[in-house]
Design a protein around this ligand. Structure first.
Ligand SMILES: Cc1cc2nc3c(=O)[nH]c(=O)nc-3n(C[C@H](O)[C@H](O)[C@H](O)COP(=O)(O)OP(=O)(O)OC[C@H]3O[C@@H](n4cnc5c(N)ncnc54)[C@H](O)[C@@H]3O)c2cc1C
Length: 461
């Protein structure tokens, strides 16, 4: 990708336009300039359907197939921009309802919350917070519920409740045939297995039903560390988290300097699921005593306040070229840490993110969902920022410098890579999981209508 714009005869789109509850925006119309923007980034879709109903999504899928147009789905719009050019984009932003089921609560006081496929995690956290509930999501308010959940979803409470998709009890899916299907453990269980990790390959999720957990609040700690002490701090973080209660969750982030005003930073963010500050401080104590500690802020907060929003780039500012690698790591022992830090250093002190897993994430049967790398104790990502439009040979050079550390990984986390290169799915799943997804894909989307994603190609045998 980007793919060429397919020829559009227009008959099906003209019909679609009059049938929609929402709207169809095509190049040349006044709204196209706005509709083609994704987080300040212009894309070149063949057309954009702003779906206002589940029926709109089904109509759009059917029309796209009639026109021979590839389908791209836009939820929070945070990734895979290269998948949008030439596609019929189905924008789900208006499908953002959040409904908490009334009546009886489930195990541990959980309640089912039904979330529209276009909602964002900030909206969900705000809504549930008002009821003393939460779903472990991601760390950013504007990230979409659909995109994050269908790919996995590593959140602030991943060690307590698992991934975002581990909290799913049902999904409403518009299939490639334009059918609306309810998917759960008791209804199309195979499809339910596949949507939990198969990304958007098997259909458009128009509603996702989660088990929301009681959570009155969290204890949050933000520890600024001496960047020069990163290797020792990372090892100490690892040692503490390996033994920590599942309530303790944490990420270590090291960012390079961006000019004289923004020196390099190393920050350890910790979140304790619950409001017992004494228990939280006890679990965090070895980290609060790190010799690399420069300053620490510890206090209670609402779960929703853990979700942040990165500052939007100034309008018109060209995006840097991001060269990244990531992986699910089964064992961050000293040799792996050394390789990881050496690769990062050789790529010009690239950004580094280490999120600790284990806990509930690893207690879930690897066969239960299509996210099979449950043996990972940590997720690690590193990213180098090159100037906008950096030449291909420079990108390849940095990629080559970053790639050695992922040889220790079980596989790649698709949600944290914008690459749409063919073959990526082969790195995202163990072979048997990938094959099982390909067989499901053949059953539910044999023509690969949903190909503008981390594509799982339908099985041929
Ligand atoms: C600032 C930032 C912070 C992040 N933080 C985290 C984090 O803490 N944890 C984590 O695990 N990940 C995180 N991510 C990665 C994130 O999970 C992915 O980028 C995710 O794909 C974004 O989903 P979206 O709906 O916003 O994006 P989109 O670009 O709208 O969608 C991404 C993909 O999902 C598909 N898709 C989206 N919605 C649906 C749907 N309803 N039905 C079918 N397919 C759909 C799209 O077709 C596309 O292929 C972060 C990303 C960013 C940019």
């Amino acid at each position: 990708m980007p793919a060429p714009t397919p020829s559009v005869s227009g008959m099906a789109l003209a019909h679609l336009s009059s049938a929609l509850d929402g709207s169809l925006v095509q190049p040349g119309s006044a709204d196209y300039e706005l509709s083609r923007m994704v987080h300040g980034r212009p894309c070149e879709p063949a057309a954009v359907v702003h779906a206002a109903s589940v029926a709109d999504v089904a109509r759009a899928v059917v029309a796209a197939r009639a026109e021979g147009l590839p389908v791209a789905v836009r939820g929070g719009g945070h990734s895979l921009w290269e998948s949008l050019p030439g596609a019929l984009v189905i924008d789900l932003a208006a499908l953002d309802t959040i409904e908490l089921e009334g009546g009886a609560t489930g195990p541990g006081g959980t309640r089912v919350v039904r979330v529209g496929g276009g909602a964002t995690w900030g909206e969900v956290a705000d809504h549930l917070g008002g009821h003393g509930l939460a779903v472990s999501s991601g760390d950013t308010r504007s990230v979409g519920v659909g995109g994050l959940t269908l790919g996995a979803g590593i959140g602030w409470v991943v060690r307590c409740w698992g991934l975002a998709l581990d909290q799913l009890v049902g999904v409403q899916l518009v299939t490639a045939g334009g059918d609306v299907v309810e998917v759960s453990e008791s209804s199309h269980p195979d499809l339910f297995w596949g949507v939990r990790g198969g990304g958007g390959n098997l259909g458009v999720a128009t509603r996702l039903d989660f088990l929301a957990h009681p959570l009155e609040g969290v204890v949050h700690a933000s520890l600024a560390l001496d960047p020069a002490g990163l290797p020792d701090a990372l090892r100490a973080f690892r040692d503490v988290m390996r033994e920590a209660p599942w309530e303790l969750n944490g990420s270590l982030v090291a960012t390079p300097a961006f000019g004289p005003e923004m020196p390099s930073r190393t920050v350890l963010e910790l979140a304790w699921a619950g409001t017992d500050e004494a228990a939280a401080r006890e679990a965090m104590a070895p980290l609060l005593a790190l010799p690399q500690l420069l300053s620490a802020e510890v206090g209670r907060s609402a779960y929703a306040d853990l979700l942040q929003e990165p500052p939007a780039p100034p309008p018109g500012m060209p995006m840097p070229t991001i060269v990244d690698e990531n992986g699910w790591f089964p064992c961050l022992d000293d040799e792996v840490v050394d390789d990881l830090l050496a690769a990062r250093e050789s790529a010009g002190a690239a950004m580094l993110l280490v999120r600790w897993l284990g806990g509930r994430f690893s207690a879930i049967d690897p066969q239960a969902t299509a996210v099979a790398f449950r043996a990972a104790e940590a997720f690690v990502m590193t990213a180098a920022l090159l100037p906008p439009g950096a030449p291909e040979d420079e990108v390849s050079l940095v990629k080559a410098k970053l790639s050695p550390f992922v040889t220790h990984a079980l596989g790649t986390y698709g949600n944290f890579t914008n690459s749409v290169l063919p073959g990526l799915a082969g790195r995202m799943y163990p072979a048997h999981t990938h094959h099982r997804l390909r067989v499901l894909k053949r059953e539910w989307d044999p023509d690969n209508t949903f190909a503008r994603n981390h594509n799982v190609v339908p099985a041929t045998s």
